[in-house]
Design a protein around this ligand. Structure first.
Ligand code: HEC
Length: 112
């Protein structure tokens, strides 16, 4: 698709409100399950995912556990700040995920 059409689409999504939020939830789930991106299922049981690992806790009731989405962003960006011993990769600090990707995954986590 030509660049100007892509720019229009991005603009339209930004204005779309709830529809845009929904699309970032879907995008976040995709990124979380993608083995070359979040790869979260290696360690976490997540609704809708196959063959989850059990190294980390099952991710559920996330919104009630972390009502402040900033906390989730912090956990995904660099969990070593909360727990220096953690085996969870610092997705933001290591640039495994971009800020936008972390944001989409947080949208998805808040639906769990
Ligand atoms: C190598 C294993 C591993 C991977 C991969 C991993 N995590 Fe974790 N995660 C953990 C562990 C272990 C914990 C427990 C807390 C700690 O170690 O600090 C945790 C904790 C969490 C928590 C806090 C859960 C709670 O109930 O308090 C969230 C949210 C989380 N991870 C999300 C994710 C997401 C989203 C991904 C993928 C982008 C991911 N994790 C990838 C190991 C992992």
């Amino acid at each position: 698709m030509p660049a100007f059409a892509a720019a229009l689409l991005v603009g339209a999504l930004a204005l779309a409100g709830p529809a845009a939020a929904q699309s970032s939830v879907a995008e976040g789930q995709k990124l979380a399950f993608d083995r070359s991106k979040g790869n979260c299922l290696t360690c976490h049981d997540i609704k809708g995912g196959d063959l989850p690992g059990t190294i980390g806790p099952a991710l559920k009731d996330i919104k009630s556990k972390y009502p402040d989405r900033g906390e989730l962003v912090a956990i995904l960006s660099d969990e070593t700040r909360r727990n220096p011993q953690t085996v969870m990769p610092p997705f933001g600090r290591n640039l495994i995920l971009t800020e936008q990707e972390i944001d989409a995954i947080v949208e998805f986590l808040q639906t769990l």
